[in-house]
Every structure is written in C-alpha cells, then in structure tokens.
Design a protein around this ligand. Structure first.
Ligand code: UDP
Length: 238
C-alpha cells in the first residue's frame, strides 16, 4: 500500500490536453506521459476513475455554429470522448495497469456499458475506469459528467487537470493583477463566474459536497503530491 490519503478519486482531463502542442488529435508522447502519471497514482494504492473530454476531436457547440444540428454535433462530441478513452486504456494497459472503458452510450462491442455497480467493482479491484461518452446526453459537457460520476461512484475528490496552476480571479496571461485562489467556495466560484468548470458541474459538486481541486497537469509529479496530501493547485469546497 502506498501513501495516498485518498481511497478513490476521479480525474478529469480535457480532450485538449491530449493534443500537446498540436491543434487536433492525440499526441502519443503526451498520452504516454499522462498514462505514466496515472500509473504512479495507482501504484500509491488510490482507486482512479477518469473522465476525458473530446475537445481535441469534436466539440458539439463548435460544429453547431457551422450549421450542424446541435444534438447530432453533441453525439459526435460524445463519440470523440470514447476514442480518447480507448487511447488512454491502451496507453495504461501498455504500462500493465488494468483498465476498463465504460460508456454512457451503448457501444458495447468497443467497450463496456456504464453500470454503476460494475464500475465500483472494477475500482475496488484496482482497475482504472475511464468513463466515456460524457453523461450520454446532448447539451452537457464532460465537466458535468465528471461531477456526476465522481458523486455516483463515491469518489472523495474530483480533480480537474488543466493547463494552469489553479483558479485565478482573472486570466493570468492577459491580466497581471489576477490573484491566485488557493481555496474558494463553490458559491464564490459561481458568483464571480470563474472559469473552474461549467455551472452545472459546480452546482452538482456543491449540492453533493464533492470537493474539487483544480491543478496543472503539465507540472510533472503534481498529481502524485496531491494524492499524498499536499496542497496542490486550488481547492473548491463549501
Ligand atoms: N458531450 C455531450 N454530452 C456530455 C458530454 C459531452 O454532448 O455529457 C459532447 C459535447 O458536444 C462536447 C463534446 O462532447 O462539446 C466533448 O466534450 P467536452 O467539450 O466537455 O470536452 P473537453 O472540453 O473536456 O475536451
């Protein structure tokens, strides 16, 4: 048994993070790096559930702007998350980390259907579970899927891995007066419209007492320090 202070966490990775410095698709080096970081968490004894976005391939709102029916566009976005999940499953299993992809849309020749009790069983057996196809519904995001699944499987912490160190009062790239929040409440994040997660996702976390950490995925070892109990990134709680 390792030194994790958590028994079970859910990690949300954006699809865009998988692009690396590219503008589309999956960078194999980045995928492997993330897989290694996740394998390190598993080695610490923490049960890991993942939600991966699809923004590196298709985003429903973007397609709809160009005239596509929104529901069809969102379905393409959800299928994009399945592809990312399969890529992560492959990368993790190359590192000998048993992994199961569970989809909110039925596509069970490719991966398992999401069945909550089965997902919990996989996690108990120390398998990484990748929740794919978001919530299975159009007009939602994978941030909302991450909140929903974290609550459903009884994760102790939802980690949103981003490209920045945590939550700022404004965009630190464009606004030099932006201040860093080490700890804020859900209501403050909502009130100030901070770009933490979308509103639905934050409200779900707030209403079900799911603590949320926002941290930088590009900082090597940060995830490991976080699950060992270090105060990494920003914490959103009541
Ligand atoms: N999506 C959806 N329902 C969900 C989750 C996702 O329709 O429950 C679609 C939506 O079109 C979204 C796309 O899948 O734009 C990819 O997900 P997201 O934009 O959340 O990915 P990320 O920004 O994390 O890469």
């Amino acid at each position: 048994m390792g030194a994790s202070v958590y028994r079970r966490i859910l990690l949300k990775l954006s699809g865009e993070a998988l692009m690396g410095s590219g503008s589309y698709g999956i960078d194999p080096d980045v995928l492997q790096r993330f897989a290694r970081e996740i394998a390190d968490l598993v080695a610490e004894g923490v049960q890991v559930a993942l939600v991966i976005g699809g923004g590196n391939l298709f985003r429903g709102s973007g397609l709809a702007v160009k005239g596509m029916d929104r529901v069809t566009a969102d379905q393409m976005g959800m299928l994009a998350t399945v592809m990312n999940a399969l890529a992560m499953q492959d990368a993790l299993e190359h590192l000998d980390v048993p992994t199961r992809v569970m989809s909110a849309l039925k596509i069970n020749q490719v991966c398992e259907d999401f069945i909550r009790r089965r997902a919990i069983r996989h996690l108990d057996k120390k398998r990484v579970v990748v929740f794919a196809a978001g919530t299975g519904n159009p007009f939602f995001t994978t941030d909302s899927a991450a909140s929903l699944r974290a609550i459903e499987v009884g994760a102790e912490l939802l980690i949103k891995a981003t490209k920045v160190d945590g939550i700022y009062s404004a965009d630190p790239v464009t606004d030099p007066t932006a201040t860093f929040y080490r700890r804020i409440s859900y209501d403050q994040a909502l009130r100030e419209g901070l770009k933490v997660m979308d509103t639905t996702a934050i409200v779900l976390c707030r209403d079900h007492g799911m603590p949320l950490r926002v941290m930088n995925i590009n900082e090597p070892g940060a995830l490991l320090r976080l699950i060992r109990g270090e105060d990494v990134g920003s914490l959103v709680v009541s």
